[in-house]
Design a protein around this ligand. Structure first.
Ligand code: NAD
Length: 316
C-alpha cells in the first residue's frame, strides 16, 4: 500500500511508519516539527527508518496545505498530526490547538477529495469522553470533553464525520487511551517519571494517585491503527486501549518493582482538564478489527524504561 502518515516524526507516528515499512508498505511521512517539545527529539524518532528506501519525508505544515502536489498516490492515510496534551491547552495556546487539531484536519480532508484514499484513519482521543458517568465507556457513551484539547479532538471527529456523510470519504476514527512506550512524548507521565528516576530526582505526581487510566502500549496502538486501515468500517469510531486499567499510584509501585528503584514522590494538585478515570470498552475494536492488546503494563513499562536507559547512556 502507498501510505501517508501525518505526524510521522511524533511518538505514535514514528512507530506507525516503522511498522508499515516492516510490513512492506511504502510510506510518505509529513511532519512540521512543531515545538510542543524539542524538535531534535522528533528528528531522533525518525532515525531508525529515515533512510529506508520505502520512506520519504515531507517537512510541511498541514495548516498551509502546500504539500499535496508532492505526495503522490495514497491508499491509506493516517492522520496523527496534532497538538497533543491536555494541561497546556488552556489560555493563549488554545489558538495553536485550534490550528493544528481543527484547521489542519479540515485542510487535510479537503485535500482527500482529490487524493481519494481507500481509507483514512483519524487519531482521536479518550479525552473526548471527559469525566464519564459510566465506566467502561463505549463509543456510544456521551462525549463531554473537560479540556480545551478534548474539545479540539472532538471537533476533528465531527469534521471527519461531516466529510464522510457528505463526500463519502472512507474515514475511521480511533479513540486512543493513554499510549506509552519507547519514544513517549517527554511531557507524558511515564516519560517524566522515568527521567526523574534516572536523574535521581523526585517524581511529580498530580492528584491523589487514585485516578485510574487505561494504558495502551504503543505497539498495540499501532497494530490497531493498521487493522483499522485494513478492516475498519467507514464512519465508525473505535476505542483503542490496552486493557491495563490501573491507578496511577499502582503504576508507580509497578515502576519501582520493574526498575528496582524506589521513587521519591512529590504530590501536586490535580491539573485542570485531567479526567478522573478512563476505562475503555474495546469490544467494538475486538469484533470489527480483531484487535486484542498483547503487551501487559509490566512488559510495556520495562520496555520503556530500558529504552530510556539505553538512550541516556548513548548520549553520555
Ligand atoms: N500519546 C497519547 O497517549 C495519545 C492519546 C490519545 C490521542 N493521541 C493522538 O495521537 C496523535 C499522536 O500523538 P503523539 O503522542 O504521537 O504526539 P506527538 O506530538 O509526539 O506527535 C504529533 C506530531 O504531529 C506533528 N504536527 C503537529 N501539527 C502539525 C501540522 N500542522 N502539520 C504537520 N505536522 C504537525 C508534530 O510535529 C508531531 O511530530 C495525536 O493526534 C494525538 O492527539 C495521542
Amino acid at each position: 500500500m502507498n501510505c501517508l502518515v501525518t505526524g510521522a516524526a511524533g511518538f505514535i507516528g514514528s512507530h506507525l511508519c516503522e511498522e508499515l515499512l516492516n510490513n512492506g508498505h511504502r510510506v510518505v511521512g509529513i511532519d512540521a516539527f512543531t515545538d510542543n517539545y524539542d524538535p531534535a527529539i522528533k528528528r531522533h524518532n525518525l532515525a531508525g527508518f529515515a533512510s529506508h528506501p520505502g520512506f520519504r519525508l515531507l517537512e510541511s505544515d498541514l495548516t498551509f496545505a502546500d504539500c499535496w502536489q508532492s505526495v503522490g498516490a495514497v491508499d491509506w492515510l493516517f492522520h496523527l498530526a496534532a497538538r497533543p496534551g491536555v494541561r497546556t491547552s488552556w489560555g493563549d495556546d488554545f489558538s495553536v490547538y485550534c490550528e493544528h487539531n481543527i484547521l489542519a484536519t479540515q485542510r487535510l480532508l479537503e485535500a482527500c477529495l482529490e487524493l481519494q484514499p481507500q481509507k483514512i484513519i483519524f487519531a482521536s482521543s479518550s479525552s473526548v469522553y471527559g469525566n464519564a458517568r459510566r465506566l467502561p465507556v463505549k463509543e456510544t457513551s456521551p462525549v463531554r470533553p473537560i479540556s480545551p484539547y478534548g474539545a479540539t479532538k472532538l471537533a476533528g471527529e465531527h469534521l471527519c464525520r461531516i466529510y464522510w456523510t457528505n463526500h463519502h470519504l472512507p474515514i475511521c476514527m480511533l479513540r486512543y487511551f493513554t499510549v506509552y512506550g519507547p519514544r513517549q512524548r517527554p511531557d507524558m507521565a511515564f516519560s517524566r517519571w522515568i527521567k526523574a528516576l534516572l536523574d535521581d530526582e523526585p517524581i511529580r505526581l498530580f492528584g491523589d494517585g487514585r485516578q485510574m487510566r487505561d494504558f495502551t502500549f504503543v505497539s498495540d496502538a499501532v497494530r490497531a491503527t493498521i487493522l483499522a486501515a485494513e478492516r475498519g468500517a467507514p464512519g465508525d469510531i473505535y476505542n483503542i486501549a490496552g486493557g491495563a486499567h490501573v491507578s496511577v499510584g499502582d503504576v508507580l509501585s509497578l515502576l519501582a518493582e520493574t526498575t528496582g528503584r524506589t521513587p521519591q514522590v512529590h504530590r501536586e494538585a490535580r491539573q485542570k482538564g485531567d479526567a478522573r478515570n478512563t476505562w475503555a470498552d474495546t469490544s467494538s475494536a475486538r469484533q470489527a478489527l480483531g484487535f486484542v492488546p498483547q503487551v501487559t503494563l509490566k512488559e510495556g513499562l520495562k520496555a520503556q524504561f530500558e529504552a530510556a536507559v539505553f538512550h541516556s547512556s548513548s548520549k553520555r
